[in-house]
Design a binder for this molecule. Structure first.
Ligand code: PAF
Length: 283
């Protein structure tokens, strides 16, 4: 059994450890998270372990990426459980700073996100990607890493971060890992724990809608409007009536497609009860 990871809460200690590893020629794999870990996060740790000498998972519920009416206050904080999950996963360090450590009162600098942040989540969660880019850039500075691992579940987030890395010439490679799903298709998410049993059934509508679209594309359907209708009607059939978007876009630019051509991605964001869920499927 691998040893329990070292827990670091101070920025100075984290940076010193990471720089010492780098000076010794070691490669660091960074797995940024907000905690409330599940198998999806553990798959990122697993990938990082395979490709690097040391793996650092960060656990920080980043206040700057939540809107005023979002779930920052109630977002699950399960540090002890998270550490227990990370230990057998072979993570070397858990960096779990406080909000005061990350954002002291003088800290007013923020990152202007790239163009691809302006649509989809950017429309429904104004300021979200500004918060994500700012905290992730800080983490890249605190833990200078060879590679950083993100889940495809947050498709737009990994794309935004890829564009940020490209535009700012950051010396880190973004690795996107596949979505991990329950056997019934539900994409794992820290927010699934908010769902009642009935809501979990409704939530299956997201993966069913994506499967139907994927199947229809494979059968030769390429009309964007028809495919969007198919997603919406599937969500409605599952009792989901508050849909932020259910759309098909070009995979690199997120431009809406009226005729589907590869590489494309189907993306959904909708509300199941009071829980907002997202999911996607590359086509
Ligand atoms: O995907 C998340 O959990 C967060 O957006 C991230 C990347 C850890 C930044 O806070």
């Amino acid at each position: 059994m691998p040893p329990r990871p070292q827990i670091i809460t101070s920025i100075t200690a984290m940076q010193a450890q990471a720089l010492a590893w780098r000076a010794a020629g070691k490669r660091i794999g960074l797995v940024p998270t907000m905690g409330a870990l599940h198998e999806g996060h553990l798959s990122l740790v697993e990938a990082a372990r395979k490709e690097n000498d040391f793996t650092v998972a960060t656990i920080f519920v980043n206040p700057t990426q939540f809107g005023p009416r979002e779930d920052f206050a109630k977002y699950p904080r399960t540090l002890e459980q998270d550490i227990a999950l990370l230990s057998p996963a072979g993570c070397d360090v858990v960096f779990a700073p406080t909000a005061e450590e990350m954002y002291p009162p003088h800290c007013t600098t923020a990152i202007e996100p790239p163009q691809v942040a302006s649509v989809l989540e950017g429309t429904f969660r104004p300021g979200h990607f500004r918060g994500v880019c700012t905290v992730v850039l800080k983490l890249f500075e605190l833990v200078p890493s060879e590679r950083a691992y993100f889940g495809q579940k947050d498709y737009q987030q990994q794309l935004v971060l890829r564009h940020m890395v490209r535009d700012l010439n950051l010396p880190v490679k973004i690795v996107t890992c596949p979505i991990v799903r329950e056997a019934n298709g539900l994409a794992l998410s820290s927010r699934n724990r908010y769902l009642s049993d009935a809501e979990r059934n409704s939530a299956l509508g997201l993966s069913v809608a994506l499967q139907r679209v994927s199947h229809a594309c494979q059968q030769g359907e390429s009309d964007g409007a028809t495919l969007r209708d198919l997603m919406r009607s599937t969500l409605t059939e599952h009792g989901i009536d508050r849909i932020d978007y259910a759309t098909l876009v070009q995979a690199d630019t997120l431009e809406e497609l009226s005729v589907i051509r590869s590489p494309a991605v189907a993306l959904i964001a909708c509300h199941v009860g009071t829980t907002r869920l997202i999911d996607n499927q590359c086509l």
